[in-house]
Design a protein around this ligand. Structure first.
Ligand SMILES: [Fe+2]
Length: 407
């Protein structure tokens, strides 16, 4: 069979089906099944309890070092500084946006509503979850679209923005295909001239505060694992050097992290109730190693689940705060991709959710203290540019213990 032959659509498993599949596997003894970081002879319910109670302490000989995992660096001249201390409420407050780069009225309205909250919530950092420049990404390192679809709408939100690449940022002839990853280098280059846009490399981590981190953000590039077309450049193939290096880096960086809370930020979600569906079955199609995100699913399950507290993603133009489950190893999936576009108003899948919205524009605010993670979801009325707090979720127990270095 041709490697990139079209495979008939396959539906994602529900949580119940996933659990049943696990129990059927365990009934016959140990399995060599390789997907999922959970050994199959460990009961998944038991694992969830263990993960939610906190994983065993990880002791490392030395933290992994990588140019992409350094402490926050300055961006362009006069770059807005990273917060070194919690705000007046004892929290690091982070604005979370996704799929915002249209330059249209809805983007301006969501940004205006968020801007109003920045002062009252003490927001010191922002996240852009990809599709930063619709439809095909920037044409150069200083494309005017950076101004029209990022700087102008977000004027006044004067904090560092942790940016990740979306499929629209890395597209060539076919808008949104993700078939031209090298175009993402332009967004990295742009960071050198912007006060807001932070993207020191295509994947990177940011610990806050840098000296003694309470929370660490791990920004990843999901595009070559989930593009709608096959990657033709060998460097960016799903099993090429770039993706192997990124996966190895993320594995080491999560293991080495000394932060109490760990947050992975990447454009494509692991689980998703919106129309695009979940990793491994995106849009119901599989073209060899691409389109469905089958290798991104494998990466999430083997590297991230049970080790990070949150996965923050966009891609679907919805607002979803899903529940941590056995399948996720206690990791919570959040989808926040409605900062300029909206979806079709209905759930397409049934992954357990604390709250979800498929109709409105909006954004979220992540608040981090030693005691808890809080996620506030806001919907925005575009006509009035006003935000409404629609839901608040707390979690108080980290999924995994921080690493400790030898004394
Ligand atoms: Fe997308």
């Amino acid at each position: 069979m041709c490697e990139d032959e079209l495979i008939p659509p396959q539906a994602d498993m529900t949580e119940r089906e996933w659990l049943r599949a696990g129990s059927e596997t365990t009934a016959g003894g140990p399995s060599m099944r390789t997907t999922g970081r959970v050994p199959q002879w460990v009961n998944r319910r038991t694992l969830l309890g263990g993960a939610m109670a906190g994983a065993a302490l990880t002791v490392l000989p030395s933290p992994a070092q990588s140019p992409a995992s350094a402490a926050p660096r300055l961006g362009g001249p006069g770059a807005f500084p990273f917060p070194e201390h919690p705000n007046g409420k004892g929290e690091f407050a982070v604005l979370v946006t996704g799929d915002a780069g249209t330059g249209d009225e809805a983007q301006y309205a969501v940004a205006a509503a968020a801007r109003d909250l920045c002062r009252t919530e003490g927001i010191g950092l922002a996240v852009g979850l990809g599709d930063n420049i619709y439809e095909n990404g920037p044409e150069s390192d200083d494309d005017s679209e950076f101004q029209d679809k990022f700087e102008k709408p977000n004027s006044g939100i004067d904090v560092p923005w942790l940016m990740v690449l979306g499929n629209h940022d890395c597209s060539g002839l076919i808008p949104g295909s993700g078939g031209d990853p090298s175009r993402g280098d332009r967004e990295v280059a742009y960071a050198a001239t912007s006060r807001r846009w932070y993207m020191p490399s295509r994947y990177y981590s940011v610990p806050l505060p840098a000296a003694d981190p309470l929370v660490e953000f791990f920004a990843i590039d999901t595009i070559p694992w989930s593009s709608y077309v096959a990657q033709l450049d060998p460097h960016y193939r799903w099993d090429g050097p770039y993706m192997r290096e990124q996966r190895s880096w993320l594995d080491g960086a999560l293991r080495a992290s000394r932060a109490r809370w760990k947050v992975v930020i990447g454009h494509h979600p692991y689980l998703n109730n919106g129309k695009h569906g979940s990793a491994g079955s995106y849009d119901g199609f599989e073209i060899g190693n691409y389109t469905s995100g089958v290798h991104l699913k494998d990466m999430y399950e083997n590297v991230v689940c049970g080790r990070a507290d949150l996965i923050l993603s966009g891609h679907d133009h919805t607002l979803q705060i899903l529940e941590p489950t056995a399948r996720t190893g206690g990791t919570r999936q959040v989808v926040c991709g409605a900062s300029a576009k909206t979806e079709d108003g209905k759930a397409h899948f049934g992954h357990p959710a604390a709250w979800q919205n498929f109709s409105d524009n909006g954004f979220m605010v992540l608040k981090v203290s030693g005691a808890r993670l809080t996620i506030d979801a806001y919907t925005v009325d575009v006509a009035t540019r006003k935000a409404t707090l629609a839901h608040r979720t707390h979690q108080t127990r980290p999924v995994a213990a921080p690493a400790r270095t030898h004394a």
